[in-house]
Each structure stands twice: as C-alpha cells, then as structure tokens.
Design a protein around this ligand. Structure first.
Ligand SMILES: [Zn+2]
Length: 377
C-alpha cells in the first residue's frame, strides 16, 4: 500500500562554502546552549582551541572528545554516555566520526551537526550509521528516523583533504542517478521511514547529481589539484554530499551498491575505497541494465577522466578468478538492494555483466595506450 504514497527526506539545513568552520557558533546558535563535539584525532590539536574560543565568546558550553578510530558499538555507546545532557552533538571528521556523532545525538535526543572534513560518502546527510567490529569488518547499519539537523561543509577544509577522497566521492555519487532510476522502474520502496515511492524531487536531484559530475567533474579535479576552490569544485562538493545523499535516501540503492557489497567482501578489494568500488560497480550496472552504448561510453570516459577504476584489475580483482566473481554475485544477491534491479539478477548474468564491463574498460585502456604492451616487452 505504502508504495503508492510518495515520501521525501532530507536534512533541514545545509551550508557549504569557504571559511564556514569559523562560523560554527553562529550557524548553530538556535540549536541550544551546550555542545558535545566528537572530533578526529588528526584535527584535535589545531581545532580544539578554535572551538573553545568560538563557544566561549558566545557564553555557551562545549566539551570536546577525541574519536577513538572505529565506529564500533562500544565506541558509540561510550560517546553516547559522555554526551548525555548536551543540547547538540557535533561531529567533525570523516564518515566514521560523523556516524558516531549521529548515534550519540539520536540516542540522547540532541540536535545533530555534521562538519565533514572529506566529501567521499553520503555520511554527512544520511539518517544511518555504519558500524564496524574492532578489526574493521562492516558490522551492519543502524537506520534512524531523522537526518542530521545541520550540515556545515567548509570548502577550505575539503580543499585540504586528500585528492583520493574527493575523487572517491564522485565515484559514490556516480551511482545515484542510475540507482534512483532502477527504483522508479521497479517500483521499489525508498529508504524514507518504512519505505515509500520515490518522489519527483528525489529523482530530479539524482539526475542533477549525475549531470553535475559529467559537466564539471574533470574541471573540479584539475582546480582541486591547483588549490583553486572554484565553482566547479563547489558544485562537485554539493553533488558528492547533498545531491548524492538525498538521492540515496529518498530514492535508494540498487545494482551498483549490491555489487559493491559483493566486491567489498573480497579481501582483494580492501585497498580500494567505497567510492572506487561503487564507480566500477556503476559501470557494471550500466551493462547489466542494457544502457545504450553512448551512455556506457560517456560514463566510462568520465571515470577515466577523473581517475576512477574502469577494470576489475584496478579494484584488485583478477578477471580469471571465477570463484571470487561467484562470491561477488552471490553476496550481491543477498542484499536488499537487489530487489530494485530492473534486470536478470542470476549469478550468471551478474558475472557476465561484470566481465563485459571489465572488457570494455580494458579496451578503453588499450585504445588510449596501444603501445603499452610493446614497451613492456
Ligand atoms: Zn555509497
């Protein structure tokens, strides 16, 4: 029944631009008098005095706690206990810090403020926390009834983040449109509440996410490398964070994230980031779902232009290792995202699609560098 009802979720407020960190006090003024901050160890020394100054100048209380490195249940519980009684929980760091801050904020019924220092995933906007074991194995996701209250992306901080994360964010955002389309095509419930039909808003923001990457991803990377915080860089930051996050939540995941779960379970892929694996999985999705050759070429070319992987070898997988490919397909079929795939999801068909995508990728590499083999000899 609920699939006939449309629903859309997003964070209430999103700010993005240079120098916003210093305006943290002003941008959170209406949210309460006391703040509990969870911060990455690498940022603590530099940012702690600044944070104290910001809040002291407004006569507000602040307590700063350094994140212990892993989003385990135990670490989330520790931070939840420490943040009891505070009006807001502020997470400053990468996805794991943000996910821990969301957990503490939700369980203490506090306002949640996200200050990402990388734009590599949807963690800043999403209403979920991914949890891990002490040894770093993914232990599952906890879904919440509300999104973070305020997201503050300081572009100056993002400009100082590693290039690989900036590019990985584009890889994760690349899947958004195709997965949203898959949801609409298969009438699959989105991730809002108990699951509803995808709204026009979510579909169009997902499409905008894709077109933004295609239009200015390459330029943004070049500007990022040159230390220039241009409009192209700002557009990609917004695509990676806001557009991708909303698309993922208010539409949903499908083929690319199913395959991502499969690849991520292989030890060979552990050196690749989430966004890199999702990028290659998106290429597989296009093949599996029979997109036009023109679209396939466009997306492959985009990946090549920003340095995202286009072959199995580039995410660490040997194409002749059939056992691993079977594992990928079988694992993909166990995810709930598989229900949204508008194609044959048998193990054989998934593997055929993966190998075909790899073949196209290899051809593209060869056509770019036809003498590579001869040089090697
Ligand atoms: Zn993702």
């Amino acid at each position: 029944m609920s699939i006939y009802v449309r629903a859309f979720a997003c964070p209430p407020k999103y700010y993005q631009g240079p120098g916003l960190f210093s305006r943290l006090g002003e941008l959170t003024k209406d949210l309460g008098e006391s703040a509990f901050v969870i911060i990455s160890p690498s940022l603590a020394n530099k940012q702690t005095p600044i944070l104290h100054e910001i809040f002291a100048s407004e006569g507000r209380n602040i307590k700063i706690e350094i994140f212990r490195g892993q989003t385990t249940r135990q670490e989330c519980e520790r931070l939840t206990k420490l943040s009891e009684g505070f009006d807001m929980v502020i997470g400053i760091g990468g996805g794991k810090v943000l996910d821990s801050a969301k957990y503490a904020g939700i369980y203490n019924n506090a306002k949640i403020i996200m200050v990402p220092t990388v734009v590599s995933t949807d963690a800043p906007t999403s209403a979920l926390s991914a949890t891990y074991t002490e040894s770093g194995e993914h232990a599952g996701s906890i879904y919440y009834k509300r999104n973070p209250d305020v997201i503050i992306v300081d572009s100056d901080i993002i400009m100082n983040s590693p290039e690989r994360y900036f590019v990985s964010g584009m890889g994760d955002a690349l899947s958004t449109y195709f997965e949203a389309k898959a949801h609409v095509e298969t009438c699959t419930k989105n991730r809002v509440g108990e699951g509803y039909k995808t709204s026009l808003a979510a579909m169009n923001l997902s499409e905008l996410c894709f077109h933004t990457l295609m239009r200015c991803g390459k330029q943004a990377l070049s500007d990022f490398r040159n230390g220039l915080c241009s409009e192209a860089v700002e557009d990609v930051i917004e695509a990676n964070t806001l557009l991708s996050g909303i698309g993922c939540e208010s539409a949903g995941c499908a083929t690319a994230h199913s395959l991502n779960s499969g690849f991520s379970a292989l030890w060979q892929c552990h050196k690749s980031t989430h966004g890199e694996i999702v990028a290659f999985s998106t290429l597989c999705e296009l093949v599996i779902e029979n997109y036009s050759r023109e679209m396939i070429d466009n997306v492959f070319d985009f990946c090549m232009s920003v340095g995202l992987p286009i072959t199995l070898a580039e995410i660490g997988v040997d194409k002749s290792d059939h056992t691993s490919l079977v594992k990928v397909a079988e694992k993909a079929r166990t995810t709930k995202h598989i229900a949204a795939v508008p194609a044959d999801t048998s193990v054989d068909n998934l593997i055929t699609g993966i190998l075909k995508a790899d073949e196209i990728g290899e051809e593209k590499r060869k056509s770019l560098n036809p003498t590579k083999k001869a040089v090697g000899n």
